[in-house]
Design a protein around this ligand. Structure first.
Ligand code: ZN
Length: 338
């Protein structure tokens, strides 16, 4: 692996300054771990072994998971799946701006699908919100009542204490729980051991759209996901909004008929591209619920699922499940790595 460039400006990064110190540390280590195209295998077991070989006794997989969620929440890294291999990959969206993209062969496959970002995005709790939760819960685990620190500065604890506290979703994310003040609480890591830490092969297959079986499992999983903005509090309260990259991802560019055709061909679905285009073009890309379309690909998947009878009524998560534009994200990912 070649040596990497870390510029002085990294210390002025607003996005990184909104992460805990552990996430900032992982970010720098990930730069050395990524391949020449800024991509890396996002399996937390592998990241932990490769990035912290001498600290395995104190760095847990859930610490890594938390850091990846933080970094993706502020737009520093993004995730994707690839039909080539059943794994989840991460990448640096701005890799090309900072590192020399070499001619050598990429070690990680090309991005095919970025739906997996929703998984991370739903779990993202901005640092300012963490500070508010720590303050509200008075530095105490809400499960066992133990004080988590003798530190009395919530911001300092939030940033330095990664791994010493967890922000727990009372209603879990995979059951529709959202990152709101009401649904989050402070716990010690021991009391929060039951939470999920890795993806099963089946789940990865579902993210990447290569799953060809268990439609019922898939449908019920989708049913349990939130329908719209997973993080309404952060949306309604600008105080919690991260940095510009989050806003950048929200811009929507309507697709051309040809793009819709090609995407439908790629997914081998029976959605009529012309009908789809006309429907949204005449409405000015506003959906049936009167909300602006954020991801036309998600809409196609919704149409596809409806026509397959997999999803009934309003139970699907894909109609606006992401609060950013996926095609835009794909463009950003590809920009940095090609
Ligand atoms: Zn506890």
């Amino acid at each position: 692996m070649p040596n990497r460039i870390i510029k002085e400006s990294i210390n002025e990064s607003k996005g990184l300054s909104e992460c805990g110190f552990f996430a900032q540390d992982i970010f720098k280590r990930l730069i050395t771990y990524a391949d020449d195209y800024g991509r890396f295998n996002a399996d937390v077991q592998i990241i932990r072994a490769r990035l912290f070989p001498r600290e395995l006794d104190i760095v847990s997989e859930s610490d890594i998971d938390d850091a990846l969620i933080e970094l993706s929440g502020v737009g520093k890294i993004a995730f994707y799946t690839s039909k080539a291999r059943n794994e989840i990959y991460g990448c640096f969206p701005n890799w090309g701006e900072h590192q020399r993209v070499r001619d050598s062969k990429a070690k990680c496959p090309e991005p095919d699908n970025t739906e997996v970002n929703d998984w991370y995005f739903r779990r993202f709790v901005p640092i300012a919100m963490k500070v508010d939760i720590i303050t509200r819960d008075n530095f105490k685990c809400q499960e066992c009542g133990k004080f988590l620190t003798s530190c009395t500065d919530a911001k300092k604890f939030a940033k330095l204490g990664s791994g010493l506290y967890h922000i727990d979703h009372i209603v879990p994310c995979n059951q529709g729980g959202r990152a709101t003040m009401e649904n989050l609480r402070l716990t010690c890591p021991t009391c929060n051991l039951t939470r999920k830490r890795f993806f099963t092969a089946d789940e990865i297959a579902q993210f990447s759209g290569t799953c060809t079986y268990s439609p019922q499992v898939s449908a019920s999983r989708r049913k349990s996901l939130p329908e719209s903005n997973p993080n309404p509090e952060s949306k309604s309260n600008p105080k919690y909004i991260g940095e510009k990259s989050t806003k950048k991802l929200k811009r929507f560019i309507p697709p051309t008929l040809e793009e819709i055709r090609s995407y439908c061909r790629e997914r081998k679905n029976n959605v009529d591209p012309q009908r789809f285009f006309d429907y949204f073009d005449t409405s000015g890309w506003i959906d049936s619920e009167g909300k602006p379309v954020r991801s036309w690909k998600q809409k196609i998947i919704t149409w596809e699922n409806r026509s397959n009878g997999k999803i009934m009524g309003k139970t699907n998560a894909t109609s606006g499940g992401s609060s950013y534009d996926m095609s835009e994200l794909e463009a950003i990912i590809n920009k940095g790595v090609t």
